[in-house]
Design a protein around this ligand. Structure first.
Ligand SMILES: *Cc1c(COP(=O)(O)O)cnc(C)c1O
Length: 432
């Protein structure tokens, strides 16, 4: 299978190149040249399969030309080591809990798949791969834990000193092994700039194999389709149409759901739910697509003013904007509305995190306007990850899951770095 750039369909590359490069040289996003289609019989057979078995079938339909059956099995087995159950919150409304992984957020799925695929693709290379990541919190923890112990790959994480919550920081500074954390005396944008400069530096790239693992990489994007197939297979078959609501920031997660739909999964509607960073909901309601500076909210993993996966949404509908708008509806909510929803759902017995709350509310508003659906919202993080916000909103004390507590006990190990590319380059040149 070839992968093309959304900026130029004639620019086509191999799977290995798309994964190692991440972004196309023309800044486009890579897309599979062909979207495989799964028959209704295959999709209905998923009801009797477990998560991994469904994973093999779906991933084989995409990767069978490039990877062997046993490689695909290894990939899926490495990725799906935790469950993604659907929990009925009220009649016809289900929470798809994607937070049962090591860092308690859905990014664990993509990060685990990405690390394993990179190590498979680079198995014959004698060069060690260095994954450079700039993080303001969540990405660093998912990537670090996804790549921990993966042979031939070293992860270097740049994070702004004092700007990341203690819990988030612990999740990528205490691991050791092939994970190095560099504490930069600056802000997130400094970290990002230094990483970008490193990718562009000819001298560094002559000697080192540098790559990125951010959410536009197909190796992080595509595996997210798996839990849509799995969730759908576990819904009651009662003749009701199905909607999925996705709390969205860079729109990679929802784009993977649409990929599943284009492959044949009978999802009737998607709800794109955001906080006040509402570029896409505005677009879906008729405005021009216009990137904005991001605004800070309590669902901060979705504070994105220029959603990077937007070109994929259009590409999945063959560039037909009307077709996109007829399948995807947009809703956005303020922090006050988000807190009110968290309180209301807590009173009926379920604890939402601020991101899942935005998804839940989008689903409810859609279902009110469009009767006859059953719906699933994606609960993208464990409420304990946003403990301060959740405890304040609900006036409760949250007990953290054991694996979060375990991170808190780890010893922080970091190297300090000035916000100066020259210093970072020196550091990288010093690696063997
Ligand atoms: C990253 C993230 C999102 C946004 O996902 P996108 O794929 O960027 O739209 C939502 N919720 C949580 C908890 C996240 O970490």
């Amino acid at each position: 299978m070839k992968f093309y750039s959304t900026n130029n369909p004639n620019h086509q590359v191999s799977l290995a190149e798309a994964v190692i490069k991440g972004l196309a040289p023309d800044q486009g996003l890579y897309m599979p040249e062909r979207i495989p289609s799964l028959s209704p019989e295959v999709i209905s057979s998923f009801q009797k399969m477990n998560f991994q078995e469904i994973g093999y079938v779906v991933m084989e339909s995409i990767f069978s030309e490039d990877l062997s059956k046993s490689q695909i099995k290894d990939l899926v087995d490495h990725t799906l080591v935790f469950d993604a159950p659907i929990v009925e919150v009220e009649k016809d409304v289900y929470s798809l809990e994607l937070f049962h992984g090591p860092t308690l957020a859905f990014k664990d799925f993509g990060a685990r798949f990405c690390s394993k695929l990179m190590s498979l693709l680079l198995a014959d290379s004698d060069k060690k791969v260095r994954v450079l990541v700039a993080t303001s919190g969540d990405t660093g923890s998912a990537v670090a834990n996804g790549f921990l112990g993966v042979e031939g790959v070293e992860v270097i994480i740049l994070f702004p000193k004092g700007k990341v919550s203690e819990l988030q920081e612990k999740q990528f500074t205490t691991l050791g092994q092939n994970i190095t954390a560099l504490e930069v005396d600056g802000v997130f944008d400094d970290c990002q700039r230094m990483v970008k400069e490193a990718f562009l530096d000819a001298e560094l790239n002559k000697d080192l194999l540098l790559t990125s693992a951010n959410s536009i990489n197909i190796a992080r994007w595509i595996p997210q389709a798996l839990y849509y197939f799995y969730a759908y297979s576990r819904l009651p078959k009662n003749g009701k149409k199905v909607a999925f609501a996705v709390p969205s920031g860079n729109f990679g997660n929802i784009a993977a759901g649409i990929l599943a739909q284009r492959m044949g999964l009978p999802i009737d509607h998607f709800v794109a739910a955001t906080n006040v960073n509402k570029v896409v909901p505005d677009y879906l309601r008729g405005a021009e697509f216009k990137a904005m500076p991001s605004k800070q909210t309590i669902s901060n993993s979705m504070d994105v003013g220029n959603p990077s996966n937007f070109p994929r949404l259009l590409a999945l509908f063959g560039g037909d904007e009307e077709l996109l708008k007829s399948h995807v509806k947009g809703y956005f909510y303020t922090d006050e509305e988000t807190v009110a929803v968290m309180q209301e759902v807590f009173d009926s017995g379920y604890t939402l995190d601020p991101h899942g709350a935005v998804g839940y509310k989008g689903l409810k508003d859609f279902m009110e306007e469009n009767p006859g659906y059953q719906g699933v919202f994606l609960e993208t993080a464990h409420p304990g990850k946003f403990r301060g916000t959740v405890e304040k909103a609900l006036d409760i004390n949250l007990t953290l899951p054991d694996r979060l507590e375990a991170f808190m006990e780890g010893q922080k190990k970091v190297q300090s770095l000035e916000k100066d590319f020259g210093k970072f380059k020196e550091y990288l040149k010093g690696l063997d």
